[in-house]
Design a protein around this ligand. Structure first.
Ligand code: 5GP
Ligand code: ZN
Length: 117
């Protein structure tokens, strides 16, 4: 299951190393890398290596990689010395999803508003 990749997906291509990214952390299940268009002083993405199209496609067969992504968020934020941060996953175009490969934005380093826009 973890080898399932989508040949045309931008983030699958980053996983395969075909597109460069500023990678912060990677292991057998996921990759963390800085967002190319940061929306906060610190803005990185954590993605599963397996192609899951969005938060709307998580199920009993693939959810272990999702919990692992959150373990990585904890690990990377601690390593970066971040205590206050926001985790966002946009699901579908109306919610602002532009890359159809599940990813968790981690934003930090500025005051955040609530509710989000
Ligand atoms: P979404 O809009 O789907 O919630 O988030 C996709 C994110 O991927 C955006 O914040 C966008 O800036 C980022 N992004 C798009 N293309 C690239 C790329 O080639 N490299 C990196 N590092 N980030 C990208
Ligand atoms: Zn993908």
């Amino acid at each position: 299951m973890l080898n399932v990749q989508n040949p045309d997906c931008l983030f699958c291509r980053i996983v395969r190393g075909e597109i460069p990214a500023k990678i912060i952390y990677k292991d057998e299940k996921c990759v963390a890398f800085y967002d190319i268009d940061p929306q906060a002083p610190i803005h990185f993405l954590v993605i599963p290596k397996v192609h899951i199209s969005s938060c709307g496609e998580i199920n009993g067969a693939n959810s272990l990689v999702v919990s692992h992504c959150f373990e990585v968020i904890t690990k990377v934020t601690k390593e970066l010395g971040i205590t206050d941060f926001r985790v966002v996953s946009n699901c579908g175009p109306q919610a602002g999803q532009s890359v159809p490969h599940l990813h968790f934005h981690v934003l930090a380093g500025r005051d955040m508003t609530w509710p989000p826009g």
